[in-house]
Design a binder for this molecule. Structure first.
Ligand code: ATP
Ligand code: FE2
Length: 314
């Protein structure tokens, strides 16, 4: 079965095509604002570039061979979600193919599972808007999560305060390599996390301290918090595999800290490949395929800006 997936929930407009679980095509374009993301501008960016992305896909595959179309209907920024759905509905009508709406968070997990083949893992999903520790058992259960902002957004805000453009994650990672540790607040409450306190303190201290020290320490503290809750989740569930997904999964320091923790307890760490860690259309196509096969999963063709992953089953 050949599925075309469309991603348009935030900064990325992407179209991917999969044949069963094999990724055939992945085309995308990313809106990179100087300041923070302005949702209407992001949607306008997608509107402007969508035809070009679609054309690139059409140059690679024959649309007549597509059996199903998937669109991510949430969670995400409403203007981007509305544009994506409108685009997907038009394409589905033109190609006369069924359309399935899928959850964006599930898609990050689905592509991680497809490409690394873990066995019943605990999932650490770290991206711009989300930070969750997830356990899959007849649906997704959230064992712990951020109580304020996602780790990726926290990283991007710290970067913006230091004059770095979006996405700041890779730039901060590089600069942090030269830094030394300074004390910053650490906030874990049971299985939940808070990033806004450590973020405000880091931004405040950027004025008088070395940027590399703040970046290094911010990463050390936030990633230690993520490692701590991941370890607790592994221990509580007696699982021995951890799957790391989402845009922030690309960070080598985070990977290393999780790897040390996993090795110390005889567990395996699986990391989504770098090129598919951030938003892309292929992950939406894979999830549409799973949703099509599992009739119990919601197939929403209305946008759901706050759609949680623990609410994807009917
Ligand atoms: P969500 O999945 O929650 O809707 P999103 O779709 O905006 O969020 P992704 O595309 O999965 O997020 O990830 C983007 C985030 O990943 C950005 O915040 C970016 O700074 C971060 N990121 C990318 N590379 C790195 C890196 N090397 N280190 C840390 N963060 C990174
Ligand atoms: Fe994402």
């Amino acid at each position: 079965m050949r599925v075309l997936g469309i991603e348009s929930t935030a900064h990325t407009f992407g179209i991917g095509v999969v044949e069963n679980k094999k990724i055939l095509v992945d085309e995308r374009i990313v809106y990179k604002p100087k300041e923070g993301i302005v949702p209407i501008e992001a949607a306008e960016f997608h509107r402007e570039h969508s035809a070009k992305v679609l054309q690139k896909v059409e140059n690679k595959i024959n649309f007549k061979e597509v059996d199903l179309i998937g669109i991510s209907t949430g969670p995400g920024l409403p203007p981007c979600l509305y544009f994506g759905l409108e685009f997907a509905k038009k394409l589905a009508a033109k190609l006369k193919k069924p359309l399935i709406g899928v959850n964006h968070c599930q898609a990050h997990i689905e592509i991680g599972k497809t490409l690394t083949k873990p066995k019943e893992p605990i999932i650490l999903y770290v991206s711009g808007g989300n930070t969750q520790i997830i356990y899959e058992n007849k649906g997704y259960k959230i064992l712990g999560e951020t109580q304020d902002i996602g780790i990726g957004n926290a990283i991007d805000k710290l970067g913006r305060a230091a004059g770095l453009s979006f996405p700041a994650g890779p730039k901060i990672e590089k600069i942090a390599r030269k830094g030394k540790f300074v004390l910053l607040p650490y906030s874990v409450k049971g299985m939940d996390l808070n990033f806004s306190g450590v973020l405000s303190e880091s931004i405040r201290r950027l004025k008088n301290e070395k940027e590399e020290d703040i970046f290094y320490s911010f990463q050390e503290v936030c990633f230690a918090m993520l490692t701590e809750v991941s370890e607790r989740a592994l221990a509580a569930t007696e699982k021995n595999e951890l799957l790391l997904v989402g845009g922030v999964a690309q960070n080598k320091r985070l990977q290393k800290m999780l790897k040390i923790m996993c090795e110390e307890r005889g567990a395996k760490l699986k990391v989504v490949p770098k090129e598919f860690a951030g938003d892309n259309g292929a992950m939406i196509a894979l999830t549409a395929l799973v949703t099509y096969k599992d009739k119990k999963i919601r197939n929403e063709t209305e946008v759901r800006p706050n759609w949680r992953i623990d609410n994807i089953y009917k």
